[in-house]
Design a protein around this ligand. Structure first.
Ligand code: GSH
Length: 210
């Protein structure tokens, strides 16, 4: 059975969504990356020296990390669920382009947007916020426009990319970032949040404390 190590509210929850959507047997283990005396954290650090989640421990004992790889792998393990287009097709390449957008553009920008809030001086916080406000708006506008005429990033079908995007967009809350100017994104988040598999994962993981 595949084991997912996740941190609640973090990007690794998108893998939890994906496993649940895929209907694969799995176990999901919550880790607290900042509790250095917790044996589970020690174990995670031995599995992934970068000390980051997600970490997938595969049935053969192998380790897989990096959302772009783990989400694609989970989708490919359950092809009948069509959580990603078939490999070797242009549809797959386009899906991977969106997956890269979430992993390389949206994810890092939003997470960096949270950090300036911890800057020590008021001036430091303002400078950082102004910088990140521009960067994050550029990326959110791309997604907002894309979602104008489609319920999910790949069109009519949910894919593993949507679960990842949801988790990243959830960070608007700790970033104190209003999504009011992005009605398509807000409706998109509500749509994904309502999916039965996502509800089950939310129930299993419990409330997020930012
Ligand atoms: N490029 C990595 C990024 C993973 C990542 O940023 N994980 C965060 C949680 S969302 C983490 O583990 N952060 C802990 C840290 O940075 O020390 C991936 O796609 O898997």
């Amino acid at each position: 059975m595949t084991t997912l190590y996740y941190h609640r509210g973090a990007c690794s929850t998108s893998n939890h969504f994906a496993l649940e959507e895929a209907g694969l047997p799995y176990q999901a283990i919550e880790v607290h990356l900042d509790r250095l005396d917790d044996p589970l954290t020690v174990k995670l650090r031995s599995l992934n020296p970068m000390a980051m989640t997600p970490v997938l421990l595969l049935e053969d004992g192998g380790i897989l990390t990096q959302n772009a790889a783990t989400l694609s792998y989970i989708a490919d393990m359950a092809p009948e669920r069509e959580l990603m287009p078939r490999r070797g097709t242009i549809e797959r390449a386009r899906a991977e382009s969106w997956l890269a957008f979430v992993a390389s553009d949206l994810h890092p920008t939003l997470i960096e947007y949270i950090y300036p809030r911890t800057a020590k001086t008021k001036e430091g916080r303002e400078v950082a916020r102004a910088l990140y406000e521009k960067r994050v708006a550029r990326r959110l506008k791309v997604l907002e426009a894309w979602l104008t005429d489609k319920p999910f990033i790949l069109g009519d079908r949910f894919s593993v990319i949507d679960g990842y995007a949801l988790v990243v967009l959830n960070w608007a809350e700790p970033a104190a970032l209003s999504l009011e100017a992005y009605p398509n994104i807000q409706a998109y988040m509500t749509r994904i949040e309502a999916r039965p598999a996502v509800r089950r994962v939310r129930e299993a993981e419990g409330p997020i404390v930012w």
